[in-house]
Design a protein around this ligand. Structure first.
Ligand code: HEM
Length: 89
């Protein structure tokens, strides 16, 4: 099962390669599915929410450099993504 491929299935998602904040994320497969779904997803969601809440309070805009992919046969993620410019509020 390739969760990353499922999350980018064009039969299910319009413009699957685009990051769109207006997308309804309720049925994504980033945390897996079924009996072996991610046991840490509650913590991961709290961490992401804390990070993004703090980020939008302080940062006006930012630019990123070249992403480095993390090879995986299951998920799709980044090993690194350098932030090359930050404008604070
Ligand atoms: C954004 C962060 C995370 C992502 C994208 C993620 C993703 C995943 C995915 C896709 C699986 C399913 C693997 C499979 O089906 O074989 C999984 C399983 C699991 N994850 Fe995560 N995970 C994240 C964070 C965490 C954290 C923070 C913890 C622990 C504190 C955690 C603990 C686990 C465990 C224990 C399993 C195995 C569950 C089982 O096999 O029953 N994960 N995760």
């Amino acid at each position: 099962m390739l969760f990353a491929a499922g999350n980018r299935d064009p039969r299910h998602y319009d413009t699957p390669e685009a990051y769109r904040v207006d997308r309804d994320p309720a049925d994504h497969l980033a945390f897996g599915y079924g009996i072996h779904t991610c046991a840490g997803q509650g913590l991961a969601r709290i961490e992401a929410q804390a990070l993004l809440t703090a980020f939008v309070k302080r940062v006006q805009s930012f630019k990123v450099g070249e992403p480095k992919r993390q090879p995986s046969n299951m998920t799709r993620g980044l090993a690194s993504l350098p932030v090359i410019e930050v404008v604070t509020k």
